[in-house]
Write a protein that binds this ligand. Structure first.
Ligand code: DQA
Length: 145
């Protein structure tokens, strides 16, 4: 079975209550349930974590290459600030798909830069919870090649 790690970054534990005009009413539990369903269809086992702490995310990515074949990550606000997460993804050497619920390019200018995008396999942004579903399909396609 192919194993993939899904990382939700800071404040994504608050989905459902957090800025529903931007992120909708979807909760992290609902996303995780749908992601697991999609992953099962693709014969992928998915481990899911959420952290509000940069170092914890860096540690998880650092360990990922021993246990997982790919990563799906919504780095949330760290997308725009974290060289440490970018370097961890680059060092891991396994494919990573960057995900955003909102279209980061249609929002404030500080969200237009992703430090992670250059080291990601690709980025999916703007499709709400379907961004995650599309990421599962993208990583599945890549790992099956
Ligand atoms: C986000 C977009 C980021 O700019 C923001 O800081 C988030 C969520 C998204 O999924 O749309 O926390 O990554």
């Amino acid at each position: 079975m192919t194993k993939v790690l899904l990382i939700h970054g800071p404040n994504l534990n608050l989905l459902g209550q957090r800025e529903p005009d931007v992120y909708g009413k979807v909760t992290i539990e609902e996303i995780n349930r749908d992601v697991k369903k999609e992953a099962a269809k693709e014969d992928i086992t998915i481990k899911i974590m959420q952290s509000n702490h940069e170092g914890e995310i860096v540690d998880a990515i650092g360990k990922a290459k021993d246990n997982f074949e790919g990563i799906i990550i919504n780095p949330a606000a760290y997308t725009h600030t974290s060289i440490a997460i970018r370097d961890a993804i680059s060092a891991a050497g396994i494919p990573a798909v960057e995900v955003h619920l909102s279209n980061i390019y249609s929002r404030e200018e500080f969200r237009h830069t992703s430090l992670v995008a250059p080291v990601a396999l690709g980025q999916i942004s703007g499709f709400g919870k379907y961004s995650y579903i599309l990421a599962v399909k993208a990583i599945a396609k890549t790992l099956k090649k």
